[in-house]
Ligand binder design. Structure first.
Ligand SMILES: Nc1ncnc2c1ncn2[C@@H]1O[C@H](COP(=O)(O)OP(=O)(O)OP(=O)(O)O)[C@@H](O)[C@H]1O
Ligand SMILES: [Mg+2]
Length: 508
């Protein structure tokens, strides 16, 4: 076996099986010193499994690993840690009731000494936070932090170990573009110091921008390795999904629907979150709330659903005001698919079918008896709907890949018979191929007369699904696109405040 001294990690012929299914089949993988190396592949391709083998979370069934030119056995996270491998996992692994400092120092010498070291621990972590200029405090309790801030804690935790390899499994899935830029700067700094970064993301643009090299996996097998100068996006996508993807929409014609109004929001205000928000959604419309992360869009969705209180304003369903509560909203036929689907929204030990059934028992049961045949059908519908991989609704959801777990949560709500569906960032963490299935389905829902209100930060996605677009900025609706052709540029300019604001009321 020839070793390339440039390589920090070499994995050779790695096999990993779950029951009789290969999650990895004879995969070769190398990371050079000081390079940013990305792993690309569809949901379920084996990316997380490969890094779990490398970090001692899963034992491998075959193959060898070399670190720094020497053969190594990595049987636990500690083994990986001792070699200098740090990992930010896709499922965040912080302890919610502990502080930022405690989480960062967890498992390290100091934490063992307990409370006595609290002061020096806080000081050390504060310095680290300052060095990277993160909006965090060492004393903050993790459960009070936003998802983005928790992600930063994970990153700091990895940075604090002086690792020679830092693995990031979808680190930007919940970061705003500003926070992502900050992360990219840090990645650049680390790379200059000779640290290797293994990067996983479904946001292809950032992968193409960041990576020195890309390794593509498909169905647990190596497809190829592409160096930066040879990256041709369309080719890489073809390597990932094994087929051509239809052209992305660069612009989209919009129009005001003349169907009846299902949802009407009037002068809605929640102090500190959003102000004087008014709009309506008609049957069959897909109204997208566009804008930057933090512009108040998620908060509007949650308030319309009744999950958060409002300070003033009204919401009407089919022309009538209703009691502001989740139970009323559900009874009227509202569904909310939240953004944070990784940590909430499914029962890991139950099958896909059961997870979907739980949301749909009212439809499936008569006099308390569940119709098993209908339940089975529903599971099968969900599998097709979201293109679940493996296409088997009996697998416990906890055993699915991160992206496929999210697909089940989407599927739960999309299979319900709803009048209004509120969806927050429908495709974060979902691969390019499955995205299309989800867009098609949203269109089918709208065609059935469902009123769709959708939050998305992905401009290409907005143009793919919207029939009308509202742009929010700093808690206010600043613009409506409701006729003519709109482009990505139009939306970005308004979202960031670089174009004139203008709000035209949709014609009644
Ligand atoms: N604990 C497990 N038990 C059984 N099967 C598993 C387990 N973990 C992963 N798998 C299977 O291994 C395959 C690869 O999953 P993996 O999590 O590596 O995918 P991924 O490439 O990280 O996908 P994503 O982009 O969705 O995160 C999938 O088919 C998945 O269902
Ligand atoms: Mg994964």
């Amino acid at each position: 076996m020839m070793h390339n001294p440039e390589n920090l990690v070499e994995m050779r012929g790695i096999d990993k099986r779950f029951a009789h299914v290969y999650a990895l089949k004879s995969v070769d993988f190398e990371i050079r010193r000081g390079e940013v190396h990305s792993l690309l592949g569809e949901n379920g391709a084996g990316k997380s499994t490969l890094i779990k083998v490398l970090t001692g979370v899963y034992p491998k069934d075959g193959g060898e690993i070399y670190f720094d030119g020497k053969p190594v056995e990595i049987n636990s996270r500690d083994d990986a840690f001792n070699l200098g491998i740090a990992c930010i996992f896709q499922e965040l692994s912080l302890v919610p009731t502990l502080t930022v400092a405690q989480n960062i120092m967890l498992g390290k010498e100091k934490a063992k000494l307990g409370v006595l070291q609290k002061k020096s621990m806080n000081r050390e972590v504060s310095e680290l936070i300052k060095r990277f200029d993160f909006p965090l405090r060492a004393e903050d309790v993790v459960e009070t932090l936003s998802v983005a801030q928790r992600q930063m804690v994970e990153i700091l935790k990895a940075l604090s170990t002086n690792a020679s390899l830092i693995i990031m499994d979808e680190p930007t899935a919940s970061l705003s573009s500003k926070e992502s830029e900050m992360l990219f700067r840090i990645i650049g700094q680390l790379r200059e110091k000779g640290v290797s970064i293994l990067y996983i993301s479904h946001r292809l643009e950032e992968v193409f921008q960041l990576s020195d090299r890309i390794t593509v996996l498909r169905d647990g097998q190596l497809v190829g390795v592409v160096p930066k100068e040879e990256i041709v996006p369309a080719d890489v996508i073809r390597m990932m999904i094994g087929k051509e993807l239809s052209e992305a929409t660069a612009s989209r014609p919009l129009k005001v629907s003349d169907a009846h109004t299902v949802l009407q929001v009037r002068n809605l205000t929640r102090l500190g979150s959003f102000e004087d928000v008014s709009f309506e959604v008609k049957a069959g419309e897909v109204l997208v709330l566009a804008g930057l992360v933090g512009s108040g869009r998620t908060e509007v969705l949650r308030s319309v659903y009744g999950a958060d209180p409002i300070d003033s304003g009204t919401v009407l369903f089919e022309g009538k005001p209703y009691r502001h509560s989740v139970s009323t909203a559900i009874r009227l036929g509202f569904g909310l698919i939240p953004e944070d689907r990784r940590t909430q929204g499914f029962a890991p030990l139950l099958s896909g079918t059961r997870n979907v059934a739980v949301t749909n028992y009212d439809k499936l049961s008569r006099l308390g008896v569940v119709n098993a045949k209908k339940e089975k059908q529903l599971g099968e519908t969900m599998v097709k709907l979201v293109d679940l991989r493996p296409a088997n609704p009996t697998v416990p959801v906890g055993n699915l890949s991160g992206g496929n777990q999210q697909k089940v949560v989407l599927g739960k709500w999309l299979t319900r018979d709803l009048k209004v569906i509120l969806i927050d960032e429908p495709t974060v963490g979902i691969d390019v191929g499955a995205k299309d299935e989800i867009y098609n389905f949203i269109e089918q829902l709208a065609a059935r007369g469902v009123a769709v209100l959708l939050v998305s930060s992905d401009v290409a996605e907005v143009l793919r699904v919207a029939t009308r677009i509202l742009v929010m900025r700093n808690g206010k609706v600043v613009h409506e696109f409701n006729d003519g052709v709109v482009t990505q540029e139009n939306i970005l300019l308004v979202s960031s405040g670089m174009a004139e604001d203008h709000r035209t009321e949709a014609k009644e």
